[in-house]
Design a protein around this ligand. Structure first.
Ligand SMILES: [Zn+2]
Ligand SMILES: [Zn+2]
Length: 218
C-alpha cells in the first residue's frame, strides 16, 4: 500500500511530519514520539469552544455534548505523548469550569462534577502502537481499521461518503472515532436529493452546529 510514499515519510522522521492528525518525530536519542498535530489540536479546540460558548445550551447539555468529543479525541491520541498541561486540556478545563460555575444553578461542587462528565479521562500509554518493521508504516493497521469499522457500522450512502472523505468530518476535519455518531448532511437542504455530490458525512455535534443558525433540518 503506497510503500514508497511511506518510506519517504519515515526517512524524514527526524524533521517531524504530520500524518492522520498526528505529529511524528524521531528524537535525538532515536526514540519515536507522536503527539496530536497542531492542526488536529486546533480543530478539536474549536469544536469544544463552539459548545462551551454556546448560549443555547445549559451546562448539563454542554457536558453531555462535550463528553463524546473529548473521549473520542483522547482515545484517538491515547498512544501519543499526552502528558503536560497542553494536551491534558488544562486550558479547556479552566475555561469550561468558569462558564459552568457562572451558571446560577451551579455550585462550585456541581460545576466540578459536570466538568468530570464533560472531559472524561482516557488512560494513555505512549508508543504502544508503534511497530516499525521493514517497509511497513506504523499506521497501516489504523487505516484498515477505520475503513472496516466505518463501513460495517454505516449504510451504503454513509460508507461511500466516508470513504470519499477519507474518514474525516467535512465540517471540522477531524477523523471520525467510535465515540461520536456520523450524520449525513444534505448540502442543498433537500432531503430527497441523495446524489453523492449533495451528501457529506459530519459529526453529530458538527451537524447540530451547522443547523443552529439555519432552519433546515437536512
Ligand atoms: Zn466534525
Ligand atoms: Zn444537515
Amino acid at each position: 500500500m503506497r510503500v514508497s510514499e511511506k518510506k519517504t515519510k519515515i526517512t524524514a522522521a527526524t524533521d517531524g511530519f504530520d500524518f492522520l492528525g498526528w505529529h511524528f518525530k524521531v528524537k535525538g536519542n532515536g526514540k519515536f514520539r507522536s503527539t496530536p498535530s497542531v492542526d488536529n489540536f486546533k480543530k478539536f479546540r474549536k469544536k469544544v469552544k463552539n459548545i462551551v460558548n454556546n448560549s443555547n445550551y445549559g451546562s448539563k447539555v454542554k457536558a453531555e455534548k462535550l463528553a463524546p468529543i473529548v473521549r473520542g479525541w483522547r482515545n484517538y491520541h491515547k498512544f501519543c505523548k499526552m502528558s503536560g498541561s497542553r494536551f491534558s486540556l488544562w486550558h479547556i478545563n479552566r475555561r469550561t469550569f468558569k462558564v459552568f460555575n457562572k451558571e446560577t444553578k451551579n455550585t462550585k461542587e456541581s460545576a466540578i462534577k459536570l466538568i468530570e462528565k464533560a472531559l472524561p479521562k482516557v488512560p494513555y500509554s505512549e508508543n504502544r502502537h508503534v511497530m516499525v518493521t521493514g517497509n511497513k508504516s506504523p499506521f497501516d493497521g489504523d487505516i484498515t481499521y477505520w475503513s472496516q469499522r466505518n463501513s460495517k457500522l454505516y449504510d451504503g450512502h454513509t460508507s461511500k461518503v466516508l470513504k470519499r472523505q477519507n474518514h474525516s468530518c467535512a465540517k471540522c476535519g477531524l477523523k471520525f472515532t467510535s465515540e461520536e455518531r456520523v450524520h449525513l448532511h444534505h448540502i442543498d437542504g433537500n432531503h430527497n436529493n441523495w446524489k453523492t455530490k449533495n451528501l457529506e458525512a459530519i459529526h453529530e455535534s458538527c451537524h447540530n452546529y451547522t443547523h443552529m443558525s439555519k432552519s433546515c433540518k437536512a
